[in-house]
Write a protein that binds this ligand. Structure first.
Ligand code: F0G
Length: 355
């Protein structure tokens, strides 16, 4: 049977979605779990990449946004609002037009990858850049969400977490077991909270009984060194990183991330921008998988920990790649110079190619 999207595929497990909610869908979910043997060999593990960039708007946000917007329709909202570092706004804008709702997005001016901004604009959202960071934008969006018939669709909306937890179900199905480790970038911390909820519910449903591997994975989270409040144990007033998606100083789901880390025997650590960019390039030029910089933070943490001998030998590890590389093409051309044009001449071209 053809894939029906997250709401209808998992409706029985989305306990917080009103039963009469319509399915607002772009057929999100069912993303590939790609084996990464070369990178895995470097890390000394059996590595799989859950490529959430293959969702309809190019990030994992769609998995939760379809549920949040379905819920907004069920409760009679006429508009959705969010704060965003880019991906949430792209996803909210797409699902809002699918549902016939207005969409307002509040973003930190100048710190949104161009592809994401383009998505919010083309889907007809009202985009409000503010002279502030994501944390300032979220404070405003939370207030807007209190207005009559306005639904806040950031991950502080429990329906976002409901949808995003389904990634754990898909991983267990695809592997036929629970991974030993699940690693991902951490920004506002909704995603690590959601994935942990998914694994917890899978255990409660006895779906993991008798399978190889642990009941639940160790949850490993990666923050950018200049935006690492959870690692430092205090909010960061002015977060800085090239990974703009996770440029967040005071995550809304801070406690959820601590619970996931501590209940799973996991860890949340920081990676430098240089480590993020190295992992970003390695993913693309050794495995052929192009993700956005923030998405590479989890793999950067694996490489860092492997260097310290902290990756269990032959562990089955899943790394979520949260967003597609095409979101942020500017980053590529900042890293790798675009070659100058040459004459349209076979010999010149052949020589340039070294052939
Ligand atoms: N990776 C990408 C590509 C993201 O866009 C985000 C968050 C994260 C990782 C971190 O996930 O916040 O659940 O810990 N982006 C949000 C946004 C903040 O507005 O698009 P998280």
């Amino acid at each position: 049977m053809a894939w029906r999207g997250v709401v209808d595929e998992f409706r029985g497990r989305l306990s917080r979605l009103p039963a009469d909610a319509p399915a607002i869908t772009l057929l999100e979910g069912d993303t590939p779990l790609i084996p990464a043997p070369r990178l895995g060999a470097r890390i000394g593990a059996r590595l799989y990449l859950k490529f959430e960039g293959m969702n309809p708007t190019g990030s994992f946000k769609d998995r939760g946004m379809c549920v949040a917007v379905s819920g907004a329709v069920a409760t009679g909202a006429s508009a959705v609002v969010c704060a965003s570092t880019g991906n949430t706004s792209a996803s909210a804008a797409a699902y809002a037009c699918r549902a016939g709702l207005r969409c307002g997005v509040v973003i930190p001016d100048g710190n949104i990858a161009l592809g994401k901004l383009a998505q919010a604009l083309i889907h007809g959202a009202t985009v409000i850049p503010i002279e502030g960071n994501f944390d300032d934008a979220l404070t405003i969006a939370r207030k807007l969400g209190e207005l009559e018939s306005v639904a806040l669709v950031n991950s502080v909306n429990p329906l976002r977490i409901e949808g995003q937890k389904t990634v754990a179900f898909e991983i267990i199905d695809a592997l036929g077991r629970v991974p030993d480790v699940h690693v991902m970038p951490v920004g506002n911390a909704g995603n690590i909270t959601a994935a942990w909820l998914g694994y917890t519910e899978a255990v409660e449903a006895y779906e993991t009984a008798g399978l190889d591997g642990p009941d639940r994975p160790a949850m490993w989270g990666a923050q950018a060194a200049g935006a690492a409040p959870i690692v430092r144990g205090e909010a960061v007033a002015s977060p800085q990183t090239i990974a703009t998606a996770i440029r967040i100083g005071n995550p809304a789901s801070w406690q959820g991330a601590l619970d996931a880390r501590d209940s799973s025997g996991g860890t949340i650590e920081s990676v430098t921008d240089a480590e993020i960019l190295a992992a970003y390039r390695l993913l693309a030029d050794t495995e052929g998988v192009f993700c956005e910089p923030a998405s590479a933070a989890g793999v950067a943490l694996l490489l860092q920990k492997a260097g310290r001998g902290e990756v269990p030998a032959d562990a089955v590890i899943v790394a979520t790649l949260t967003g597609h590389g095409l979101k942020d093409p500017d980053r590529v051309v900042q890293e790798i110079a675009v070659p100058d044009a040459v004459a349209p001449d076979l010999e010149v071209v052949a020589e340039r190619l070294g052939l």
